[in-house]
Design a protein around this ligand. Structure first.
Ligand code: TNX
Length: 559
């Protein structure tokens, strides 16, 4: 039966508006319409300064499949004769924007003869190009010529820039391995919605997914598990069912370099995550001497938190430093994520080595020992010009001097970090965990880990916690959406959980504080953007379903 309340909401929210014509996500800061329109013609010329030639080529590559036209690129300011008597031009240039607006800002001015995109930096020009793509009809995203579409866009002026510098999405490729081709598709989609950070969760209990030349068993052994839990984790593990199917895979260093370059061309920094000292069962399965017991263990075959923890020994720390040396060689990112979450300390409590270390260092307890472990890695990364990022548990044993905190167990970790003068990235489960259910009615949704995070709750999130001073608030770099894949076996399922919530987060991260309007967003999403996703072959949860009727007591406030 159709829920009448849901129907009423859907009807109001889908009321046609001018969003039919212009439906950019995230919505630009300022947009002024002018009379008239610009139409792409086969003779339209893309003009750039020589340094922006790659961006010109990228724009032409974006437009080629659907239009069937290979537009001419001109570097310099001479309009070629081939452009004809009334030239039609798309101009890309670097120009400091009036009023500043930071390195990622851009402007677009469209007249009937010319589209001018100007950015403070190449990143700004790139975002201007993403906006331009979204001004065309959604069929511009098709991968073969569409036919007689007039590729027309309205004359207008846009000045646009982001609110936050860290606009992140995460992907867990451990619980289920995701092929490189999908990782690149995901990155491409992130760039369309102006994200600039991709957090790649590469190691965990259930697998090690990055080739490390010095330690080949990490992937030959740690990259594979014999079987995987079927369905939800039962309370009584004796009743668990497994699929009898080997699962795994890993990225070679060549794969990694390709993905990093692919992301860089889209102005996305890839932040690799190498988990330590917990979530390390796959590493210990490959090299048992890394563990705290010396005992062998297999790669984990189900979900939940593992008791296996790295040893706080000099040799294990050296091993992880050697791993990070190869990681730093592959990832130019300033930030390297070293996990730190859910490190169960039982094995340290009974380990003579761990206890001796606590005593020798005069530490209070096992949490402080994790703090010491993290501080060793922090110092190592810092000496190599990098910055450690860790989940908020890294606060528990005393924060290392240079660490950035990723606040996932709510917002308190972010607040504590900012108050201590450290940078923080907000990733609270209640607003940014896209592995949680999209509906309060679980029976209508595929099996998920739990929770309930509807589209409008993501949209209502404000990453800057209340009560921070302006100086502290500057340490909130931004926020990030998490896609953990225990219950997401493949790429299509990842898409279904990420879309359209990812787009709501894109708007939270881009638009100025307080101007977001869910109804307006919903109109752009459901009238236009879903057709882009269709053209791009992205699976998504229908936004018409996304506006959930009020739930009994489990709706959350703004923060
Ligand atoms: C907690 S978030 C975890 C992950 C799980 C996730 C499931 C975090 C730092 N640790 O290992 O996949 O919950 O939602």
């Amino acid at each position: 039966m159709i829920n009448p309340l849901l129907l009423a909401l859907t009807v109001t929210l889908q009321a046609p508006s001018q969003a039919d014509a212009i439906a950019i996500i995230p919505k630009p800061v300022t947009l002024v319409r002018h009379p008239g329109a610009f139409t792409l013609r086969p003779r339209t010329v893309v003009m750039t300064t020589p340094d922006l030639k790659p961006l010109g080529q990228q724009l032409i590559a974006y437009l080629r499949p659907a239009t069937g036209v290979d537009f001419t690129l001109v570097t310099g300011n001479q309009i070629p004769a081939a452009a004809g008597p009334n030239p039609s031009i798309i101009l890309l240039a670097i120009d400091s924007l009036q009023g500043g607006h930071g390195p990622e800002g851009y402007s677009i001015d469209i007249s009937s003869a010319e589209v001018a995109i100007q950015g403070a930096t190449p990143a700004g020009v790139f975002y201007g190009i993403q906006t331009l793509r979204q001004l065309f009809p959604p069929d511009i995203f098709r991968r073969a010529p569409v036919g007689d579409v007039p590729w027309t866009i309205p004359c207008l002026s846009i000045v646009d820039y982001p609110r936050f510098g860290w606009r992140g999405m995460h992907l867990d490729v451990v619980r289920h391995f995701m092929p490189k081709e999908f990782v690149e598709k995901y990155i491409d989609l992130l760039s369309l919605y102006k994200f600039n950070r991709f957090h790649w969760h590469l190691t965990d209990d259930q697998g090690w997914r990055i080739e490390i030349k010095r330690y080949p068993r990490l992937t030959s052994v740690g990259g594979w598990r014999a079987q995987t839990l079927v369905g939800r984790e039962p309370d009584d593990t004796a009743g668990a069912k497994y699929d009898s199917t080997r699962h795994g895979g890993f990225y070679t260093q060549d794969d990694i370099r390709e993905v990093v370059a692919y992301a860089a061309a889209r102005h996305i920094t890839v932040i690799p995550e190498i988990e330590m000292p917990g979530h390390s069962q796959a590493a210990i399965s490959a090299y048992p001497e890394l563990g705290s017991t010396g005992q062998p263990v297999k790669v984990k075959e189900d979900w939940g938190v593992s008791p296996w923890i790295l040893s706080p020994s000099d040799s294990t720390i050296t091993f992880m430093e050697n791993v990070l040396t190869e990681v730093m060689g592959l990832f130019p990112s300033k930030w390297i994520h070293t996990g730190g979450d859910e490190a169960v300390k039982d094995q340290w409590k009974t380990s003579p080595l761990a206890q001796a270390r606590i005593k020798a260092l005069g530490l209070k307890d096992e949490d402080a020992l994790q703090g010491w472990f993290t501080a060793q890695i922090d110092a190592f990364l810092h000496a190599h010009g990098r910055t450690l990022v860790g989940w908020d548990e890294i606060l528990d044993g005393g924060l290392s001097p240079n660490a950035v905190v990723m606040s996932w167990r709510g917002i308190d970790g972010g607040i504590a970090a900012a108050q201590a003068g450290h940078d923080a990235v907000m990733a609270p489960g209640a607003y940014t965990y896209f592995d949680h259910y999209q509906s309060g009615d679980r029976d209508t949704e595929p099996l998920a880990i739990g929770g309930f995070l509807p589209l409008d709750s993501v949209y209502a999130y404000d990453p800057v916690p209340r009560g921070l001073t302006p100086e502290q608030a500057r340490h909130i770099l931004g926020a990030q959406g998490q896609v953990w894949t225990e219950y997401l076996p493949d790429a299509k399922h990842v898409e279904y959980m990420a879309f359209p919530r990812l787009e709501a987060l894109a708007e939270v991260l881009w638009m100025p504080q307080g101007v977001g309007n869910f109804q307006d967003f919903f109109g752009r999403l459901s009238n236009v953007d879903v057709h882009r996703l269709d053209a791009l072959d992205v699976r998504y949860r229908s936004p018409a379903l996304a506006v959930a009727p009020p739930q009994r007591g489990n709706r959350r406030g703004r923060r």
